[in-house]
Each structure stands twice: as structure tokens, then as C-alpha cells.
Design a protein around this ligand. Sequence first.
Ligand code: BV8
Length: 239
Amino acid sequence: MMEELLARLSAARSTLALTGSGISAESGLPTFRGTGGLWQTHRVEELASPKGFARNPSLVWSWYNERKSAHQLARPNAGHYALAHLETLTRGFTLATQNVDSLHLRAGSQRVLELHGNLREARCTGCAARRPLGRSGLPLDEIEHACGGRMRPDIVWFGESLPEEVWEAAYDAALRADVILVVGTSAVVYPAAALAQTNAEAYVAEINPEATAISGRVDCVLRGTAAQMLPAIVEALSS
Ligand code: BV8
């Protein structure tokens, strides 16, 4: 399995990596659906949705402020750094992440598409105002905006479309990819999960300690963690 993946990566004119919360697990950040995941400990439909925000903006911001503080304390792990290194070793590399923790950027990845937004900024629901988030997010007494709108996390919630230019770039990268690495995602959230299945010609490799919704449809399964497998791939390509 690994040999063929290495050969394909070396020969690839274009490579796409699609990541999910699993790549940040070894940085100490909880995933969504795993044991102890955010969806186990929180009623996410109330928190990560436009309706939930409209109903109780302070509760939603308290949750995102908690996550923002955790992101600040977390550090990129060997998996994040390996993808940043892989970008320099392969041609036409694009990283599309579902994560909002900015750890890929902090690890030095350059071409990063944040499919579900990020927790670096808040934006107003009523006008074009945006503002950076502090280390612990947004003070709850600053949610209401002067225009009458509310500051919300710059995140894509369920039922919301992904940022058009980001989605177009990711979809185009998937169509061009000779190799698609799918790392640390349960592949249940669309349209992000579709990126792994859009291009029948691509060689798709999944890196995940557990089986996922697409394990039966990929060309290569590396059953291990991101911080184990990705450095091994980069090591082999660099030698
Ligand atoms: C959309 C942001 C068009 C918030 C998230 C009905 C109405 C409307 C839409 C839908 C509908 N029915 C279905 C849909 C589509 C819906 C969807 O996909 N629903 C699913 C749940 C069925 N999608 C949407 O709504 C999207 N928008 O479709 O727009 C539209 C518009 C209007 C009307 C109709 C359509 C928007 C999706 C974005 C939602 N936002 N989060 C936040 O972060 O707070 S989703 C959330 O799930 C996160 O973004 C997360 O990244 C994403 C995916 O989860 P994963 O990252 O995969 O995490 P998970 O815990 O699931 O898995 C972790 C994996 O890591 C596991 O496999 C585990 O084994 C592995 N792992 C663990 N440790 C490690 C590891 N791997 C490697 N190493 C390790 N150490």
C-alpha cells in the first residue's frame, strides 16, 4: 500500500489533501463524533447553527470562545508539519481543511482552503463589518453591532453554503488531483466529503486509525494516526 502511494505522490502533477478534526486530535483538540467528541458533550445543533445563534447568541459565543481558547493553547503536531513539508516535496499541492483551528497555517502550510471558515475573525450579520477575535474569542458584551446586526463566528454552520471561491478552488483541485490524501475525517459532512470521491481517476489514500464512510471506496488505507503516518510518508519521499 505505502509503496504505491509513495510512487504516486512522487509522480503526481497535482495533489490534494483533505483534512478533518482527526488531524488536530494529537494537538489535544477534541474531534466531533469520536468518544469525548464535541458532539457528545454539546448539543451542537443548538450551537453550530444559524437558528441556535439567533436564539441564544451568548451561549453560542461562550462555546466558540471556549474552543478559541483551546485553539490558542494547542500547537501544531507532527501531522500538520508533515503536510506543510509535503507541500514543498510535491507539485501542485492544495490543502483543503474542514478545521477552523488555524493549526495548518501555524504549521507553515501555504495553500490552505478553509472549507468551514475559521475562528480568527467575527463578521456582522447586518453589514460587512469584520473584526479579529482575541485569544479568548469575543467578549459577550460586544456581540451586538452598531448597525443593529450581531457579530457571529466566521464559521460555516449546517444549512449554510461554503464560501463560493473556497469551494470552487477545492473542487477544482480535486478534479485536477492525481493523488488525494484524506486525513482525519469521518467523511460524513458534505460537500467537503465529496472532494474525496469526485475524481474517479485520482488515487485516493485514507489516513485514519478507524474505518470511515469512504474506507470501502479508497485505493489505499493507512490505518494509523496523522502524526504517525504523515511523517513516515514525508520521510520516505525525502530519502
Ligand atoms: C451545505 C463548522 C449547501 C462548525 C461544521 C439538510 C439541510 C441542509 C444541509 C444538509 C441537509 N442534510 C445534509 C446536509 C448537508 C450538511 C451535511 O453534510 N450534514 C451531514 C451531517 C449529514 N452539510 C451542510 O449543511 C454544509 N452546507 O450543504 O450547503 C446547502 C445550503 C443550504 C441548504 C442546503 C444545502 C455545511 C457543512 C459545514 C458544517 N459545519 N462545522 C464548527 O466547527 O463549529 S461540520 C463539522 O463536521 C466540522 O466542520 C468538522 O470538520 C466536520 C467534519 O467532521 P470531521 O472533521 O470528519 O470530524 P469527526 O469527529 O466526524 O471525525 C474525526 C475523524 O478523525 C474520525 O474518522 C476519527 O477516526 C479520526 N481520527 C481521530 N484521531 C485521529 C484521527 N485521524 C487521524 N489521526 C488521529 N490522531
